[in-house]
Write a protein that binds this ligand. Sequence first.
Ligand SMILES: [Ca+2]
Length: 199
Amino acid sequence: MRWLSAEAAWRSLPPAVANAPASQIPATATANDQAVAGSLKSPLADRVAAQLRLARGGVKISPNEISWDDGKVVMVFPLDGEAVALASSSAVVDGGASTQAIHGCPTQYLGAEYYCFYADGNYGGRRLQFKDHPQIINFTNYGFDNQASSWVNGGGADIYVYDGYDPYASSSIWIEFPHSQSSLVAAGNNDRASSFRAI
Ligand SMILES: [Ca+2]
C-alpha cells in the first residue's frame, strides 16, 4: 500500500518483531533510509546499515548479507559498483551442499525451497530471499514494502503477492507458480507488493 507512511509502517511491526532483544534494535529508521538502502550509488556499508534501521531484528552475517528469523529470511546486497547481488555466501548456505542458483536465488539446499524478490528489474538491486513454506509475510518487517520489481520462485510453493497487509482482504496482484520467474512485474504492480502468502 502506498498511503502508509514510513513511520506508520514502523508502528505496524508485529509484537514478535517489536520485542526483539534491545541489542538487535537499531536506531529509528528514517525516510531517507529506504532511499539509501535501495541506492546503487551509496557505499555498501551505508546501504546495509540503512536496511538494518528499516527492519528490526536483522543480523549482519557478512559484508553484504542480513539475516532474520534464524536464517529463514536473508537480504543480499549488490557489491559496490554492481547492479546485481551475488549468490548467497557460505554464511547463508553452508559449504559442502550442492546448491544451484537462479539469478542468485538458491534453488536446492538440503531440501529447502527458496523464493526471492528483487528490488529492481532484471533481478537487480537488493534480493530478499525466503526458504520454506507455508508462511505469510509482511514485507514491512524486512524494510521491503513497495519494492519488489522482479522475482524467482525456485521451489514448489505457490506464491500469492498482495498490495496490502492482509492476504485475506484482497485479491493477489500476481501469482508465482512453482519453478518460475519474472524479470519485471507488470507496470501496474511494480513497487506495490506489501505482503505474500506461500502455500
Ligand atoms: Ca523496485
